[in-house]
Design a protein around this ligand. Sequence first.
Ligand code: HEC
Length: 445
Amino acid sequence: MDIIGQFPLFYFPEYGSAWMMGITGTIHILASHTSVGAAMLFAFLAYKAYKENRSDLYPYMKKYGMFLLIFSYVIGSITGPGIWYTATAASPRGISALIHNFVWVWATEWVFFVYEVIGVFALVYFIDKIDKKTHLKLTFTFALASVGTLALIIGIISFMMWPGTEGYYTTGSASDAFFGVNTFPHMFLRIGFMIMMSGVIGLVISSAMKKENEALSNELSRKMGFVSLIGGFVTMFFFMWYMGTLPDNAHAVFNVTKESIIQNRIILAIVFSLYFILAIVRPKTINTVLASSMIVVILLAGLWPGEKLRESMRKPYVAGQYIYSNQIVSRDVPGKGIKSELPIIAEKGLLKVNPFVPENLKVITAENKLEAGKLLARMSCSNCHSLETTGKFRPLKDRLTGMDKEGIKSILYAIGSGSIPYMPKLELPEHEYDAMAEYLASQKY
Ligand code: HEC
């Protein structure tokens, strides 16, 4: 039968399903990165407390641990499955590709995660109940499990950008999929960010301890300033390396908005460096309001644009450079027995081969042309562009303003032939181009 493996289209008006992914992802990243960063910080503090006999550090770790339990673990555990739900709706074939390549990696990650969750409870609960050496060992295993979850997930997320090795397509092996050229720069970039985040959260806790013990609060704020500054530098260093390991299509998208992104990153780097230096030089001036506000700044000015950028740079693909964002398989992957769906779409048309297209739209007629064109636009463009005239997500209205049907058609041909690197190649039969162009032109953009 001439059908391709599709799922029902999850259409999210105005904002687009990609933003839903982005919002869930950004909140999850804040929580998950904080918890892995804190695990490393705990290992450092517990070691210091044990070696230098600084039992005054334990109450700080306990407070920090409570914060983690309530904040990172609750939010992280809700948004983690949340990403699964959102991604399954928004990009079912993307998720399917990841599962087919990495099911055992994910299972292993889950084991580490379970250890991590039990570990954080044990760590906080037993902090003043077991001997210090056992507590130190517990802290070290907690840090290892946390970093383990990161290392495993990063290989998977890096594959979404690019398998990184051409060999993967013929072998289809999980290790070729996992160890791409950008896996390690990506991993260290995240580790740097996690270290920085552990300090940023640490400043909230240390500044809240002023009343109990001002000298200790200042000492810890200063330490957290150092930790954050080092984490920030590691992040910047590996960010540059990471950018150098990205595929060409990523650079094509990056170049579109390069100036504003670089400007935004420089401003952020300056603001945060000043904040961290302030914590080191004048720890007294850091209070809980300032420290908490800085987390919000990171979330809104750092993570949200950062995640949007990473999502954008993956375009036109959603995973492995063989599945497009619009859920169409774009190349053969012999190692996995996967065949490109582009030829059959070019021959039969998208409406015919997608089993979820209603029967009355399978054949374009004068009566259903606009409706068929609308469905075609939803299937081919809505994953990356809002179609509504009031849409917010990379809206087509700003990109097709004032164009007539013929103008729009010439853009569709260009997209179809693959001559615009960040948009999926989608060759359609002439009558489908025509219906889509007619619908888009009727939208008064
Ligand atoms: C995989 C994601 C993706 C899909 C699917 C997609 N686009 Fe795009 N499109 C982009 C990106 C990324 C840009 C460039 C950045 C920007 O304009 O914000 C872009 C830009 C454009 C532009 C501006 C001109 C240009 O060359 O930059 C037009 C017009 C456009 N898209 C139309 C469409 C139409 C029509 C469809 C459906 C047939 C479509 N796009 C499908 C990602 C996509």
